[in-house]
Design a binder for this molecule. Structure first.
Ligand SMILES: Nc1nc2c(ncn2[C@@H]2O[C@H](COP(=O)(O)OP(=O)(O)O)[C@@H](O)[C@H]2O)c(=O)[nH]1
Ligand SMILES: [Mg+2]
Length: 317
């Protein structure tokens, strides 16, 4: 996303994903079980060796107020968090997931941290907090999320940045909206941007990209570059994502529209991050714009006005 137009470097290294299961089974990271483990990492870094998918210790199976669980009908929520050196923030993000509130609503929640080979102790912290760890050695947020989405099987999937800039406490609300919509977008531009969270240039860039997305796809959206998205299981299965880097959100938006998903938005508060973003302002902004054009030009013909109207019903206050 254009989002924070600041310094940093995004290096896209093309190559194969390292996320193979050693036992050859499908790379599914389902529910609370470790169904496989990651292939030994060959690259550098401090974590050479097998990374085993961990149990989510945060689900209390004995809770009286979760009758649907006892009947084996508990629905599942996966909170997917891409990280690259987010040691300062990742613990807070995981802690803020309202697991108990979701449990009371009959939902079991699992946090998945999709790490791009952090060189700080992001992974150790995430593991201590009970998250499943997925390693995606290829660079780019898009590559990480595509790998995670392919492998995760949950009724509802929420994607949120690992830098503690998004309000994770809105997840139950998002899940409620996902009862009637395929996709829920957390809109910063319809919500509140805390002082220092986005430069004026970032805000202009985000607005321009959002305008472009609206014009190209004829769908009401107020913040196409946001890092907070929620999907129903069937919607996520429909998306054919190709983005490698920060064009991911443009891809999520365009694919949701092209696959006929109903989209709604909630206003959210965007906080300042603790350190520098990895996104480079102008270059990533241009890439995102170009990506939107590419998706527009390659869309299948014959999208009707009715299907466009179905796509979005505006912001839920
Ligand atoms: N796995 C993975 N995560 C990344 C990569 N680059 C950025 N991220 C994560 O993606 C999220 C968004 O990145 P950020 O730098 O905050 O971008 P911004 O919010 O657009 O300014 C953060 O949680 C990053 O740690 C990457 O190459 N691999
Ligand atoms: Mg960020």
């Amino acid at each position: 996303m254009w989002r924070s137009v600041r310094t940093g470097l995004i290096i896209t290294i093309l190559g194969r994903s390292r996320i193979n299961c050693v036992d050859g089974r499908a790379d599914t990271f389902n529910g609370n079980y470790a169904v496989g483990h990651m292939k030994k990492r060959t690259g550098g870094g401090q974590r050479a060796g097998n990374i085993v998918l961990r149990h989510n210790v945060r689900v209390d199976n004995d809770k009286e107020e979760a009758p649907r669980y006892r009947r084996g009908m508990m629905e599942t929520v996966a909170v997917v968090i891409p990280t690259l050196n987010e040691a300062r923030a990742i613990g807070k993000v995981i802690d803020q997931i309202p697991v108990d509130e979701l449990l009371n609503a009959g939902l079991t929640t699992t946090a998945y941290v999709v790490d791009g080979c952090s060189t700080d102790n992001t992974i150790d912290i995430a593991r201590q907090k009970g998250a499943h760890i997925i390693i995606e050695e290829r660079r780019g947020k898009g590559a990480a999320i595509r790998t995670a989405f392919r492998g995760i099987d949950a009724d509802y999937v929420v994607m949120v940045d690992g830098d503690d800039t998004y309000p994770v406490d809105v997840v139950p609300r998002m899940v409620r909206l996902l009862q009637t919509h395929d996709v829920v977008v957390g809109s910063r531009l319809k919500g509140r941007i805390e002082p220092g969270a986005m430069t004026r240039m970032n805000i202009v860039g985000n607005r321009l990209l959002t305008l472009l997305a609206r014009l190209l796809f004829s769908v009401k959206v107020s913040d196409v570059c946001t890092g907070l998205w929620g999907f129903r299981r069937d919607a996520i299965r429909r998306l054919e994502l190709t983005a490698r880097g920060f064009e991911l959100e443009a891809d999520l938006f365009a694919e949701s529209v092209l696959k006929g998903c109903s989209i709604t938005e909630i206003p959210i508060t965007y906080r300042a991050r603790h350190d520098r973003p990895k996104l480079v302002s102008l270059r990533d902004g241009l890439k995102i714009g170009a990506f939107l054009f590419k998706k527009y030009l390659h869309q299948p013909r014959g999208r009707t006005a009715a299907s466009r109207a179905k796509n979005s019903d505006g912001v839920h206050k």
